[in-house]
Design a protein around this ligand. Structure first.
Ligand SMILES: Nc1ncnc2c1ncn2[C@@H]1O[C@H](COP(=O)(O)OP(=O)(O)O)[C@@H](O)[C@H]1O
Ligand SMILES: [Mg+2]
Length: 251
């Protein structure tokens, strides 16, 4: 059974229709990449899947359960987590504090402004485990606003991982990164455990083909193809629309 099933969803903003009967399926552990030109509707698709925006029609299922009316918060508890195209971190807090807050949110502990952030020993342990696992312990006391842009985007992925999701949606994780940061992010994405399915919006074709098991191509709000990397690479319509005809293709 599919872990995530998007069935014929449509979405308009007033008179502007942005998604037309979009369908896609993601299996457990799959790396599913969404490509398409700017304005194709990719971010809107994520906003609809995570119910930040209500869909006009269609259905969305997670583990066979209809989720299109469930709150974003509820979806996190069902195992769906995401990052945003622009980052969502607390710049004046440290790496450790940002991670701590993400874990607190996951555990639904009541936020208490009078208790020090690191008072819960289980959360502290988990924070340390994640900092060690991703080899960022030495950066823990740095305020997030003082991290490089690439480090901030990586931290965002770690925060989304903190909720222990079954499926993680990453919106252009490499956008605005230097080539070195892009390579590092691609490597990190490839290292994420297969217990997590990934849906990744990505524009860098090297990253796309490095991580994808399956690619969905969105164009003007319509899925024009959903298939293996090979199928996408060899599809004439995709070549024409996305790679600009004779444009160089990445191996
Ligand atoms: N909240 C919104 N209100 C009105 N129009 C929007 C909104 N969000 C996105 N759009 C429009 O929807 C289209 C698709 O945008 P988006 O989903 O961000 O595309 P992509 O992520 O593929 O670049 C664009 O024309 C954009 O201007
Ligand atoms: Mg976008």
């Amino acid at each position: 059974m599919s872990l995530l099933k998007v069935e014929n969803i449509s979405k308009s903003f007033k008179t502007l229709q942005v998604l037309y009967n979009v369908s896609l399926e993601v299996k457990p552990g799959e790396r599913h990449v969404i490509i398409g030109p700017n304005g194709a509707g990719k971010t809107t698709l994520f906003n609809c899947i995570t119910n930040l925006l209500p869909i006009d029609s269609g259905s969305i299922y997670l583990d066979g359960k209809e989720i299109s009316k469930l709150s974003p918060h509820h979806l996190v508890h069902l195992g769906m987590s995401r990052t945003f195209q622009k980052n969502n971190l607390f710049g004046d807090l440290t790496v450790e504090e940002n991670l701590h807050l993400a874990l607190v949110a996951k555990k639904s502990y009541r936020y208490n402004i009078f208790s020090p952030l690191a008072s819960r020993s289980d959360i502290k342990k988990e924070t340390n485990r994640i900092l060690d696992q991703w080899e960022i312990s030495s950066r823990r006391h740095i305020k997030v606003k003082n991290l490089s842009y690439g480090e901030q985007r990586l931290l965002e992925v770690l925060l989304a991982m903190a909720s222990n999701p079954k499926i993680l949606l990453l919106d252009e994780p490499t956008s605005g990164m230097s080539p070195a940061e892009t390579a590092q992010t691609s490597e990190m994405i490839q290292k994420l455990p297969r217990s997590i399915a990934l849906v990744v919006i990505e524009h860098d074709m090297e990253v796309v083909f490095a991580i994808a098991d399956r690619i969905t191509v969105l164009h003007h709000g319509e899925v024009i193809l959903s298939g293996s990397p090979e199928e996408v690479r060899n599809n004439e319509m995709v070549k024409e629309i996305y790679f600009g005809g004779g444009a160089k293709q990445h191996a």
